[in-house]
Structure formats: C-alpha cells, structure tokens
Design a protein. Structure first.
Length: 288
C-alpha cells in the first residue's frame, strides 16, 4: 500500500513541475524571441517481483511493478517563431534554417540516424555581453542605442560585433539613418557607405547545450568549437524593423495545462484513498 502512496506522490510532483513549465510558457507567449520549454518525464525503473519460500535455490519471478514517474529535465524548443513588423529601425529578427551536410531535420528540429543517434539542428543567435562581461546568446532583437552610443538589449547588455567587441556608434547616432546589409554591416542610409560596424550572429551546433539564464538569454555550456560566427554558406537572414515572436503554441499549451491539472487531481485523490485505507486499517487492527 505504501508503495502506491509514494507512486502517487511522485506523480503529483511531476505534474506540478509540468504545470509550472506550461504556465511559464503561456506567460511568455508575447515575449520576443522566447523559446518554449517542455518538461520531460521519465518512469522510475521497474521493480522485479519474486516469490520466495518455493522449492529450489532460486526464487520464482512473478512479474514486475511500476514505481512512478519523475520530471527528468526541461528541454527548450528552438523552432523558428513568427515575425512581427514593428517598423522600428532598432528591432532585428533572426530567420534561420541552418543545415548539416547529410542530415534532413524533421519538423521538431531533430535528425535520427539509423543507429538511433539524435542530432539537433544548429541554431543562430545574436551574441551579447552581460554586465558581468559574460557572453550570452539571445533571439530577442529588441535593441536600442544608449546615451554612450552602445547598441544594447532591453536589459542593458551590450550587443557584440564581428570583432567580439560591443557595437558602438557616435553618441547621438540614430538607427533610423542606418540599415543592416545582408553581410551584417551597418550602412549609412544617406551615403550608402559602411559605418565600420558589423553585427555578430553566432551559429551554435548543439542548442541543447544552452542553459536558460532569464531575460531571453542563454549561456552555452559546451565545447568552444561548437560555436562559430555564421558565414555565407549558412541559411539565415536578419530583418530590420521586425522582432521574432515566441514559438509558444498557446492552444496546445492550454490543453497541456488542463491535462497536468487533471493528472495532478487524480494522483491527489489516490493519496486521499490510501490515507483513508491506512486509517481504517490502523483502527480495525487496534480493535483486534
């Protein structure tokens, strides 16, 4: 009986985490560049049941029993979001479909080899530097120029250029007078001349190595060789005057939310049932 109590409790914890994850997705449905998070659950190992006290040296196997589930990890889904036309010259949206030779990725951004090996589609990100000097990656291109002429994100992180240094213009410069070329150079609209500033867009080979840091930023926790600047062979585009919307499917998220609530309530009722059964067993045993 106690085994069932623990199984139901594990189910409640798992569904609570799933509920929190879906709620966070829904609350960020309108956040530019936000990437949906899925809570991945896994079953605990099955326990083998054996019958003891039988003839012979070895106990007799009579089957196995499940011992519940647990929330193993939270997995970010780096699929392309729709674009929103803001009309602001300081807004930028990344559109990318990066390829790996010999691999055809499915709609979820995965390639499964014949031997079962899973490869995730590389993704492109704007490269920024936070206030502590650490390099981060984001798909939120809601930038602006601060009083010192630095191109910064909404929380003040510096946007990096191709020289791995913060992009900086003369104080008082307006992005309305600049446009971003296909090779990521900022061009003076009036003269057509390059300004000498070039935006850095990074290609990350395994986006599952990205650690979510908040404010739409990620930290890469992998080998340095898995990150490099995009080049002319990569299929990507930066569109000025647009931002990338979140890739949260709100309709599916609402379905997942209701499913998590129902599963949580079911496990809760199971615990109440076990509680009443234990109470009854204790009281009846006490009267014997």
């Amino acid at each position: 009986m106690l085994r069932g109590l623990y199984t139901a409790a594990a189910g409640m914890v798992t569904q609570q985490r799933r509920h929190d994850t879906v709620t966070n997705n829904i609350s960020n449905a309108n956040t530019p560049g936000y990437k949906q998070v899925n809570s991945v659950s896994r079953s605990f190992p099955e326990m083998l049941l054996e019958l003891t006290g039988v003839k012979g040296d070895q106990p007799k196997s009579i089957g196995s029993i499940h011992t519940g589930v647990f929330a193993e990890e939270s997995l970010s889904i780096h699929l392309q979001g729709d674009l929103s036309n803001t009309g602001r010259a300081s807004d930028f949206a990344l559109v990318s479909d990066l390829a790996v030779p010999g691999m055809a990725f499915d709609a979820s951004g995965k390639y499964v080899a014949p031997d079962g090996t899973v490869t995730f589609q590389p993704q492109a990100f704007f490269t920024v530097q936070d206030r502590g000097g650490e390099v981060k990656y984001t798909r939120d291109g809601s930038f602006h120029l601060n009083d010192q002429g630095f191109l910064v994100t909404s929380d003040g992180s510096n946007v990096l250029g191709a020289d791995n240094q913060p992009v900086r213009f003369e104080p008082g410069t307006s992005l309305e007078g600049l446009y971003l070329s296909k090779d990521l150079n900022f061009i003076d609209t009036a003269t057509g001349n390059p300004t000498g500033r070039q935006l850095l867009v990074s290609r990350i080979e395994n986006p599952n190595k990205l650690i979510r840091e908040g404010n739409g930023k990620f930290r890469f926790d992998g080998e340095e060789g898995l990150v490099r600047p995009v080049n002319g062979e990569d299929r990507f585009e930066v569109r000025q005057g647009y931002t990338e919307r979140s890739n949260v499917d709100t309709a599916q998220a609402m379905v997942d939310l209701m499913s998590a609530q129902r599963a949580y309530e079911t496990n809760q009722k199971m615990i109440q049932f076990y509680d009443k059964s234990l109470e009854k067993a204790v009281n009846e045993i006490g009267r014997v």
